[in-house]
Ligand binder design. Structure first.
Ligand SMILES: Cc1cc2nc3c(=O)[nH]c(=O)nc-3n(C[C@H](O)[C@H](O)[C@H](O)COP(=O)(O)OP(=O)(O)OC[C@H]3O[C@@H](n4cnc5c(N)ncnc54)[C@H](O)[C@@H]3O)c2cc1C
Length: 456
């Protein structure tokens, strides 16, 4: 095979990396250091022609392929053992059109890149909560984050994709051209082809009133109840995800809170700044909070607030549920497990799925859980490989305890490799339709290193 690769090398503008190359280990490392896959080829593509050549090369040589953009996928689906990685991380073009409030974004951008590109025009794209996440994977799986209640999922702001299909053809998908494919791409993950370009509409947002607020564990039950009730009827300008966490032992956190297990909310208010104090008055009256860092900040500062705390290269194991309501029983489970977090970096977050996300129906895109109110992720994290088993066990125990109070299925971007029935549960009534689209655009399941939809 190494002989055949000599034919690909001169035809592409990017780089082909082989196991014997010095840059190989760096090129195969991804965000989650628990993943240790050894691909036979990593092709760093420069443009869509490189992607076409690479897809054709892999297909003709019967190679398994994976698609890598930000490399953030917890299950390590960016890499394939002994196969070929189509690496898009160098395709970082961003063109913002301030006349139409839209942007064309290359697949290799991270959320931090996207924020930097849009913020200078006073615009923002609803996406996630950490700057290092790739725009490609988050978009194709759905996209939950600080602007979800205001602007919906990332896919609700997607206008068009250009992608390379398994047969090497470059196609466009939008509401008029290949609308079935466009429907599937909005939640169906990397199942249909290699997306080489995204077009989004953007929100007019520059500064926000945002930051963390903590309460002591003794108040955890009341804090969850208060948060549930208060956000239920709040305007879509107010977003907040609930968390159990251990306060990092570092500035700017006050020393008396270092290493303390607490609960809290990461707020983001996008309404008129002059109204913010008034909106937060009842929130501040609850408790009172033991930490309140909520203030006016630029949107990109919010989106990168945790980047330093969670650098690439740590051990990650996570599991997720869709949650319809917080019942007294589920709150009890959360308080018990959330009060015994295994390591300083481990945490659980309840990401809201209400507000503008509920303005779109479950069948309007492939993303099938808009009737949920939260996607809850339980994350076991530690820098030490020796702690891998401990954080995994904490995560699985928490997940199992919460299962009777969850809806079934999970947000595909928060799943490990958990088997086909979990994938079906995650797409619910949309799975059958997805299998038909898969059969039309990727009948041989060439793209199967993903949360896989089988051709039907
Ligand atoms: C620290 C952290 C924070 C996160 N925060 C959020 C959050 O706030 N909100 C949220 O919704 N999710 C969040 N996620 C989950 C995130 O959405 C997924 O991990 C997602 O897969 C990351 O995208 P990526 O491009 O980095 O993925 P990669 O690991 O590069 O790729 C993962 C998969 O996506 C598909 N894929 C990637 N690029 C393409 C492409 N161009 N064309 C076709 N398929 C492609 C492929 O199937 C690939 O296997 C977070 C993850 C981490 C680790």
């Amino acid at each position: 095979m190494n002989e055949e690769i000599t034919h690909l090398k001169p035809s592409i503008k990017g780089t082909v990396i082989l196991p014997e190359d010095e840059s190989y280990d760096e090129a195969r490392s991804i965000y989650n250091a628990m993943i240790d896959k050894k691909p036979s080829f990593i092709v760093k593509c420069k443009d869509e022609e490189d992607v076409i050549d690479t897809v054709n090369f892999a297909r003709k040589n019967n190679l398994e392929v994976s698609i890598r953009s930000g490399g953030h996928n917890g299950a390590g689906l960016a890499l394939v053992e002994k196969g070929l990685v189509i690496d898009l991380s160098e395709m970082k073009n961003i063109e913002v059109d301030p006349q139409t409030n839209t942007a064309v974004i290359g697949p290799g951008n991270t959320l931090k890149d996207v924020d930097a590109g849009t913020h200078e025009f006073g615009l923002a794209l609803p996406s996630g909560i950490i700057g290092t996440t790739g725009i490609s994977g988050i978009t194709l799986g759905g996209g939950l984050g600080y602007l979800s209640r205001k602007g919906g999922l990332t896919i609700d702001n997607l206008l068009e994709c250009k992608l390379v299909l398994a047969n090497g053809e470059l196609v466009t998908a939008n509401s008029e051209t290949n609308p079935d494919l466009f429907w599937g791409l909005r939640g169906g993950g990397g199942n249909f082809g290699v997306v080489v370009s995204f077009k989004f509409k953007l929100l007019e947002i520059k500064n926000v009133y945002a930051g963390p607020m903590f309460w002591p564990l003794e108040k955890a039950r009341e804090a969850m109840e208060f948060y549930d009730q208060f956000t239920k009827n709040a305007s879509h300008d107010l977003y907040g995800f609930f968390a159990f966490l251990i306060v990092p032992p570092a500035e700017p956190f006050p020393k008396e809170l270092w290493n303390k297990n607490v609960c809290g909310v990461l707020w983001n208010y996008t309404g008129p700044i002059e109204k913010a104090e008034e909106v937060f008055e009842p929130i501040r009256n609850f408790g009172p909070p033991i930490l309140d860092f909520v203030s006016e900040i630029p949107m990109p500062a919010l989106n990168t607030m945790f980047d330093a705390l969670y650098p690439p290269g740590m051990q990650w194991y996570w599991r997720a549920h869709y949650i319809k309501e917080l019942t007294p029983e589920s709150i009890k489970v959360n308080v018990k497990r959330g009060s015994n977090i295994s390591t300083m970096h481990s945490t659980t977050h309840l990401y809201p799925i209400d507000g503008a996300v509920h303005d779109v129906g479950n069948e309007e895109t492939a993303w099938a859980h808009r009737d949920a109110r939260w996607a809850q992720v339980i994350v076991g994290v530690d820098p030490e490989p020796a702690k891998a088993n401990e954080v995994t066990k904490w995560c699985k125990d928490y997940f199992d305890d919460l299962k009777p109070h969850a809806m079934g299925g999970a947000y595909v971007n928060f799943m490990m490799e958990e088997g086909q029935s979990r994938i079906k549960d995650s797409y619910k009534g949309n799975y059958e339709r997805l299998t038909k689209i898969k059969a039309k655009y990727d009948p041989d399941n060439f793209f199967h290193i993903n949360q896989n939809i089988k051709p039907g």
